[in-house]
Design a protein around this ligand. Structure first.
Ligand code: SF4
Length: 375
């Protein structure tokens, strides 16, 4: 099924939106969209099943989507949670906006799209926009510019002034992403005025992307850009990473290289650490329940004897027995000495206050953005 996308498509806002690559719409336009891959066809069919179900059409496993792909049991299972939520918040199918095309002039004249689901509760002044992702890669609603664009489009199409006491509820349903802390239903609720700030940020990025000379800016998102293997910016970034990974002693890293490399290594370590913790739990559970785990076994823990009574009681009892079990040669800390009643002047004379060693912390940006009131 061929789909005509707007030049600044909301579905690609992660590529050209705030902080991403303003050259993307111009560069990617020269490449045909790959909508015939197995994965793309499966995703299209899963979306079709969902939206038809939201319209009230009953479809069974094996039904054929317009792109010729059959509806699978997994598609039916995955769509359940979003269908249930929509039934709950908007029971009347006639009030649902399902894949309804909306222009999005608040972002750009060449921006338009079709939100999976939206509904408007004018009495409560709540605008809801939900998006369904059948893919596995984690997409946080907090950072999803696609949904921001859809909110702007629905608000425009339905003549809603978001600053007039409205609230916006955005959700991403992602049933096949098992790594999300938020789970398969990721929700963000913002007051209308904060939503407007986000829309304005997206409009700023769209304006930058409108410039025929907009620069290429590589990032993680390049993996989804059809131009990646022809793109000087992306190739330079790949080359830099390869060079950094291969550099021997004869090739000194600059301070900037080291900072970048540390960022990559930390990110990789964090992922590996998370994977390690999850795998340890899983393999441990498998072994404990008698399942094989090739290469792993449960070693018996080494036992150690500990006091089961308070130390003072132990010391006093031991003293009655003529045994000193108190570590008399170990001084308590200055703070503990103060607590014990030792004169502060004595503590001052016999102690120093050493400044704590500075700790290197990674700056990720998202914490700061969240701290600054969800803009
Ligand atoms: S590969 Fe990356 S930097 Fe190059 S045009 Fe695409 S998104 Fe921009």
């Amino acid at each position: 099924m061929s789909v005509v996308h707007a030049r600044l498509a909301p579905s690609a806002a992660g590529m050209w939106g705030p902080g991403a690559c303003p050259a993307y719409p111009r560069v990617a336009a020269a490449y045909p969209a790959d909508e015939d891959s197995e994965e793309a066809r499966e995703g299209t069919a899963a979306h079709w099943y969902l939206t038809e179900s939201l319209r009230g059409v009953a479809l069974a496993e094996g039904a054929i989507a317009p792109n010729g792909y059959p509806v699978t049991a997994e598609m039916i299972r995955c769509a359940r949670q979003m269908i249930a939520r929509v039934n709950e918040v908007c029971p009347d199918p006639a009030q649902r906006l399902i894949e309804t095309w909306v222009p999005i002039p608040a972002v750009h004249r060449d921006c338009s799209g079709t939100p999976d689901f939206a509904c408007i509760d004018r009495a409560a002044k709540v605008l809801r926009v939900y998006d369904y992702k059948y893919g596995h890669r984690e997409i946080e609603v907090y950072e999803c510019w696609q949904v921001v664009a859809y909110v702007a489009g629905v608000a425009f199409a339905k003549n809603i002034d978001l600053t007039d006491g409205w609230r916006v509820e955005m959700k991403i349903f992602q049933p096949r992403c098992y790594s999300k802390a938020a789970g398969p239903e990721d929700t963000l609720v913002l007051p209308g005025n904060k939503m407007i700030m986000r829309i304005n940020r997206l409009r700023g990025a769209a304006r930058e992307a409108d410039d025929e000379k907009a620069p290429r800016r590589s990032g993680e998102y390049c993996r989804d850009c059809p131009a990646m293997l022809d793109c000087p910016a992306a190739l330079a970034a790949i080359g830099e990473a390869m060079c950094v990974s291969r550099r021997g002693p004869e090739c000194a890293l600059t301070a900037e290289d080291r900072a970048h490399l540390l960022t990559y290594v930390r990110a990789a370590m964090a992922r590996l650490k998370a994977a390690d913790a999850a795998l340890v739990a899983s393999v441990t559970a498998a072994l404990k329940s008698g399942h094989p785990a090739p290469g792993w076994y449960m070693e018996k823990g080494r036992s150690s004897r500990k006091w089961a009574r308070p130390a003072a009681e132990v010391i006093a009892t031991a003293a009655l027995c003529g045994v000193d079990v108190c570590k008399a040669d170990v001084a308590v800390t200055p703070l503990q000495a103060l607590e014990k009643g030792l004169d502060e002047a004595v503590v001052d004379a016999y102690s120093v206050t050493a400044p704590g060693a500075p700790t290197l912390k990674p700056f990720t940006g998202i914490e700061a953005a969240k701290a600054f009131a969800n803009i």
